[in-house]
Design a protein around this ligand. Structure first.
Ligand code: NI
Length: 184
């Protein structure tokens, strides 16, 4: 089932999300729905707060990049209770967008290498060092679990430049190719 994506302005996007346990109600179905919602909106990642749930759950798909990067073939992963343990490497500037902020694309500086721990769908623990594009997507998505969005990382000047678009979202004037839930 495709869920509405919560737009900028929704309080859930600014909340600290909570860890979950294997007995979280209908977890398998929820994960399926979040994947479906992400694919429908052509996203590469979606965090549970973006569908209105303040829980630490993220899905990432990088299959669309697999023509250029074969290692991402069939890459569709669930990250439960993830934490970034360490950031390292170069600071890299790359343009980002977000399904909760349609029409806004800004360059964001992030570290190129991170060490993360998380649980998979079966609640097996993993710890990994991740680099490059996946490290970028993880940092963006895991930020959502701490109530942060990519626009928090841009300069005050750039923020001023996108103010009109942010206000339009607050007014319920989201223009997206998928269903959104705005504050108004
Ligand atoms: Ni996002």
């Amino acid at each position: 089932m495709i869920l509405p994506i919560y737009a900028y302005g929704q309080p859930v996007l600014r909340q600290e999300a909570k860890d979950i346990t294997p007995d979280y109600p209908n977890l398998k179905e929820l994960i399926q729905n979040i994947f479906e919602t992400m694919y429908n909106a052509d996203g590469v990642g979606l965090a549970a707060p973006q569908v209105g749930l303040p829980i630490r759950l993220v899905v990432i798909t990088l299959d669309v990049l697999s023509e250029e990067k074969p290692e991402f073939k069939d890459f569709n992963k669930v990250y439960i209770n993830p934490r970034i343990l360490e950031t390292d490497g170069e600071e890299v500037l790359m343009e980002e967008g977000c399904l909760s902020l349609p029409g806004i694309h800004e360059s964001v500086k992030r570290k190129d290498r991170i060490r993360v721990k998380y649980m998979d769908e079966e609640f097996n623990e993993h710890e990994e060092v991740v680099e490059g594009y996946l490290a970028r997507v993880m940092q963006h998505e895991f930020d959502h679990l701490d109530g942060k969005m990519f626009i928090d990382h841009i300069s005050p000047l750039r923020k001023q430049m996108v103010k009109g678009k942010l206000n339009a979202l607050l007014q319920g004037k989201a223009r997206a190719g998928y269903r959104m839930k705005c504050v108004k």
